[in-house]
Design a binder for this molecule. Sequence first.
Ligand code: PGA
Length: 263
Amino acid sequence: MEIIITHDYQEMSKVSSQIIAREIKRKHDSILGLATGDTPVGTYKELAKLHKTEGLDFSKITTFNLDEYVGLAPLHKNSYNYFMQENLFKHININQSMVYVPQGRTDDPEEFSAWYEQKIKDAGGIDFQVLGIGGDGHIGFNEPGSSFASRTRVKALYRQTIKDNARFFDREEDVPRFAITMGLGTILEAKKILLIASGKNKAEVCAQFIEGPVTSQITASALQLHSYVTVVLDEEAASKLTRKEYYNWVKNNKKLVQKKIGR
Ligand code: PGA
């Protein structure tokens, strides 16, 4: 894993948007996996800015979102479909027919999940996956105990996730108890992965998934099994890492490192 420690949320957003933009320029028809939550809002703002000021072109990009709450219609203000439209899609030149967000209002989640997996496969697989991390260590809604082989499916939300996400709803009771989420197996098949994290409430869980053991109790630790992961953190989220000096040395000597290891 490449660990990039940035000063604050703003710099984290800038750096991560540049990494995504580089991928889009490298492959104009990239298949992107996208995340929701507070963390990527700044990154998406920066991407919209790059589209406006530099003409970053999304017209051939396909996107697959990680997850959606079960029971919420696409236009519900708390749905992740709505989040994506508001925070990214309506600000860029994406082709709406190439945008996929799991359907929270399906009668048959199992059938839908199989269809979603097949769509990803038909598109040629995810080139570049963006992730946040939950307070319980989840990626997507892969809550503690999720199988590393899991595919898109319905998952019951963990108590802490319901508490964490209550801030988006009027009342905690309104937070849906279930979500459809890509599985860890789905995520691990992406060719490249970028995880972003910010704030001191993520410090403990970032130390656990980066430097702790691989465990289904902190599902982001599954990323240790992937060969191309970049983590962009701000100082607060990185505050409990024990090998910061090493990560910073690699970052500050990037040219030398690239020459030696080609990345
Ligand atoms: P957040 O959520 O960005 O709102 O902290 C992250 C997540 O749950 O994946």
